[in-house]
Design a protein around this ligand. Sequence first.
Ligand code: AMP
Length: 403
Amino acid sequence: MSFRPPKGTDDLIAPRSAGWQVVLATWEDWTRRYGYPLVMTPMFEATDLFERGVGDTTEVVTKQMYTFEDGGGRSLTLRPEGTAPVVRAYLDSGGQGAWKGAYAGPFFRYERPQAGRRRQFFQVGIEYLDVTSPEADAEVIEVGWRFLSDAGVPGLTLLINSLGDPECRPRYVEALRSHLKDRADQLSSDSQRLIDRNPLRVLDSKVDRAAVGEPPKMIDYLCDACASHYESVRSQLDALEVSYKQDDRLVRGLDYYTRTTFEWIGGELNTAQNAVGGGGRYDGLAEMIGGRALPGVGFALGLDRIMLSLGDPEVGHLDAYLVSETGAEEALIVASRLRAAGVAVDFDTEGRSVKAQFKSARKLQAPVILVWKGDGLDVDIQTDDGRQTLPLEEVAEWFTDQV
Ligand code: AMP
């Protein structure tokens, strides 16, 4: 029996997990402010949903899906991404009109594992459905930007592009195809195969970056409606003071994007895994999976990479540790009172020595140590700044005053 997690997956335990909790709390705060309530969908879906929704020429679908047959002979796939499932869920709910949702959870792709590239990884994301305006795009981008900035991701760059729509994209795809055909002998065999089937995917190829040369730019081919949409998104980002860079090669790895697409690059990450997240508008996705016309815009951010860019902080999860000089029985009651008053406090249930309890407090990185001496109702409060003694009833208030 091996006690290692499966290849490409990780266990997350304290104190690292407490660092994740801080960032997830920041996520909840920003999505709440912008009006995105929680949406949860199953960990697995009908394989067809991803084949149709994500696109059957994407790497995600051709190489990376965890697909299995269940006892009833259905082909199911562990979700490799969140947008197609959320759109499916909204269509299934019979909902009408503008709708928002935020999700957080694990996703699965059979990748070659390395730091920041896992087989099970954690994404947070939002979707804003049944909206078409550039304001919706700008708001979605702003949510990601505010969250990532507040979480403290260093050296953040936002790249944006427009991929046009079914009216103007075909002309661009033709121009790109003919550019790629001229250089086909320099491209990898994977890219050569894509020239006819899906040449946009070649722009996404890391190995062929140099060989692709100077391809035509989508923004030069946008129809009037797409060009004016894109212009509005950019001017609204300016007004919101969200800075960005135009990236002519940004196509993203999933097929469903139309018009606005974007990606955030983290400054401290190694270049192969430096995208902390991205998203865009996906006006055709709902129809691709067999639903009605349902435009939308959203993004997904990889928490594994966000945490890497923050240096994988190890943080304490307690407000205080309670050391009892009179044993566990009294400590249980004292801790309970403090907990009821909102203080995150832990203590030793095993009745170990005072010295061992202080050691636990340090190990758990408790910023405050409360010493219960049992004489009357006083608690000795020890912090890096000194010590003081307060009656038990006043201890919770003391914590409130610290913030
Ligand atoms: P995508 O769904 O491909 O647009 O990815 C959005 C973000 O999710 C990426 O920028 C990464 O931060 C994260 N991500 C995607 N795939 C993985 C993976 N295999 N391991 C870790 N993070 C990932």
